[in-house]
Design a protein around this ligand. Structure first.
Ligand SMILES: Cc1ncc(COP(=O)(O)O)c(C=O)c1O
Length: 390
């Protein structure tokens, strides 16, 4: 796979490239899009050829006989994460935001509190609020550019109204791969406050060497009756537009409740997404993923080196994900001025940190899942946009 090859995405109904002007005021003509989390790469050949055969066959009826899909998930989780899953515990949703929304609907009532460790993936709070539940922000501690959990403070915040905790593991943004001790802390916290846990592990395969993702399900068997696991092929294999996520629930009672809600909402699998996911979780998919991770690793090294050379800017050392989280507080600038320089001077569309919740205000998120030449160009533009403080 030649990850350096520029693929034209403008004019293809890409949210990332065709909405950058609308959302960030950055023209796609000469702007660089580094916001939403999809990459500018083709998926592996095994995925593309499955999609090609599907299109060649040319009959687009309802999907059925999902044994291969379930087997592929079980194989991948065992092989890569040492996690044995019962194939009957898997549900296919229309992505993980959809999975999260169903969980909120199933396991909480309007007015209940849903705990987020902020800053965190901003769509969680949108979904919680839209469902009439309350977002309870437990702020992570930024310890010298590394997020850490703060259970003592969080314990004091709990009122008894909180019913669910959404864990983002590995963490977006900030890229932490939580350790077993931290995850055990989450399990204990959930038990102390009687919270169900939805563990969103969508970034589970985008982990850099030296770090080890541990599925929440393997941390503490005593939380299985309060745990919903969510994984997907969408981020790792760049097929997010196919909207397919896997929700895995070991506990029978939680499963029955989830299943009833799914059927109440009329959710059934998206055939194209399920075909692609089945093809991705394969030995060929694993080889491609290895190559992708080495490419992303070099992007990460280059980007951090370039950003950290700008006085006042600091890029968090990512342990996972392709979402660089840059702290602009050292510039002493007001964030409106930072945005002006990023969007107008550097012509880069990057996510604003405030939407990720408490603690994100002074950050901007840059998607480095793109061709190396674009990373180099983005660094040069940012260095120039902030050159007066050098
Ligand atoms: C933590 C997390 N969960 C969910 C999603 C989106 O998932 P989906 O496209 O499957 O709804 C993202 C996308 O960036 C994410 O970072």
């Amino acid at each position: 796979m030649n990850f350096d090859e520029i693929i034209e995405r403008r004019g293809t109904h890409s949210a990332k490239w065709d909405m950058m002007d609308t959302f960030y005021g950055v023209s796609p003509k000469d702007g660089i899009s580094m916001w939403v989390a999809d990459m500018d790469f083709h998926p592996p050949k095994c995925v593309q050829s499955t999609i090609d055969s599907f299109a060649q066959h040319g009959v687009y009826g309802y999907y059925g006989d999902d044994a291969a899909y379930r087997d592929a998930i079980c194989w991948w989780m065992q092989e890569r994460h040492g996690w044995s899953i019962d194939k009957d515990h898997i549900y296919s949703t229309h992505g993980l935001v959809n999975g999260t929304a169903i969980c909120i609907d199933t396991y909480t009532k309007p007015g209940d509190g849903v705990v987020l460790m902020t800053p965190v993936y901003y769509v969680f709070s949108k979904v919680i609020e839209s469902a009439g539940r309350k977002v309870v922000e437990c702020e992570l501690v930024n310890n010298n550019g590394r997020y850490e959990m703060d259970f003592d403070t969080w314990d004091m915040q709990m009122t008894g109204n909180e019913k669910l905790l959404i864990l983002c593991s590995p963490h977006n943004p900030g890229g932490r791969v939580w350790t077993r001790k931290e995850l055990q802390g989450v399990a204990d916290f959930a038990k102390r406050h009687d919270l169900k846990i939805v563990s969103d592990e969508i970034h589970h395969d985008l982990v850099y060497p030296g770090h080890n993702h541990i599925p929440m399900s393997l941390v503490d068997g005593s939380i299985n009756d309060r745990l919903v696991m969510m994984t997907a092929t969408s981020k790792s294999f760049n097929i997010a537009g196919l909207h397919t996520g896997n929700v895995i629930i070991e506990d029978e009672k939680l499963r029955a409740q989830f299943e009833q809600r799914m059927s109440g909402l009329g959710i059934s699998p998206n055939s194209l997404g399920v075909f692609a996911a089945t093809a991705a979780y394969s030995p060929d998919g694993a080889v491609w993923l290895g190559e992708l991770l080495s490419y992303l690793g070099e992007n990460r090294r280059l980007f951090d080196e370039g950003i950290n050379a700008i006085p006042g800017l600091s890029s968090m050392a990512l342990e996972s994900t392709y979402l660089a989280w840059v702290d602009f507080s050292g510039t002493g600038m007001d964030m409106g001025e930072v945005d002006n320089r990023v969007a107008k001077t550097a012509r880069i569309a990057a996510n604003k940190g405030g939407v990720f919740g408490k603690g994100g205000e002074n950050f901007r998120r840059f998607n480095i899942g793109t061709q190396r030449s674009r990373i180099v160009e983005a660094i040069e533009r940012l260095q120039s946009a902030f050159s007066d403080i050098q």
